[in-house]
Design a protein around this ligand. Structure first.
Ligand code: VGL
Ligand code: ZN
Length: 220
């Protein structure tokens, strides 16, 4: 129930993919992604969360999610990969490049664990919990659900970039893993606002709490 929260040591905050390439001017920018920096820093340092998890999109050059790896396709085209739709992206978050660095305006010393994802050249990875569907029909786990379970976490709050991609998939997997899940809507930004209605519907449909508190006053 909203308002009926567990104790702080049972709460985790997951900060998804706050990296240069998802910021304005980056390779795969979210709309005004910089606007959520202050709110995320406030959430991280609020003392309201007993555990802070960060994720970092971390692709090898030539990753299968890059349009440039497929020759005849353009960024944002959708192809079929392993029987599922795969959006092809501009090259982004290539490991050890400047665009992959976690935004230095946030204090990452507050994070208890940083999960790098998308390192398998053959499969994309949106969620903090597991890869997208891969060549053998498997979705290898990142180990995050176990990490949270071992620490007694029961409630997960998600924020970061991009609202309709990695934050959404992370929230859906958190719920599937059995955590009460909160989506801090004003502390996310999408690649495109066109996706917002569909994202909202998906969250409502599966029972993820969409948090839009007065302290997070932006309607975006
Ligand atoms: C993301 C597209 C491709 C994200 C990552 O962080 O939302 N989106 N890779
Ligand atoms: Zn990516």
């Amino acid at each position: 129930m909203p308002g009926n929260r567990p104790p702080i040591d049972e709460r985790a905050l997951i900060v998804v993919d706050m990296q240069g390439d998802f910021m304005p001017g980056g390779a795969l920018p979210c709309v005004r992604g910089n606007e959520i920096l202050d709110g995320i820093q406030a959430a991280m340092s609020s003392g309201e969360y007993g555990h802070i998890v960060a994720t970092q999109d971390w692709h090898p050059a030539g990753h299968i999610s890059f349009a440039s790896s497929h020759g005849h396709h353009q960024p944002f085209e959708v192809i079929e990969l392993y029987g599922e739709p795969q959006t092809l992206w501009p090259d982004h978050c290539v490991r050890a490049t400047s665009g992959a660095v976690l935004d230095t305006r946030l204090d990452w010393s507050l994070a208890n664990i940083i999960i790098r994802k998308g390192s398998d050249p053959r499969v994309d990875s949106y969620s903090a919990f597991r890869d997208n569907l891969g060549p053998k029909g498997t979705r290898p786990s990142t180990g995050l659900a176990g990490w949270l379970d071992e620490r007694g976490v029961t409630e997960v709050s998600v924020c970061g970039l991009a609202r309709e991609v990695c934050v959404l998939w992370t929230a859906e997997d958190a719920l599937k893993a059995g955590f009460t899940t909160r989506f801090l809507w004003p502390l996310t930004r999408p690649v495109s606002f066109d996706s917002d209605a569909a994202t909202y519907q998906r969250l409502e449909h599966c029972g993820i709490a969409i948090v839009d508190t007065a302290s997070m006053d932006s309607p975006d």
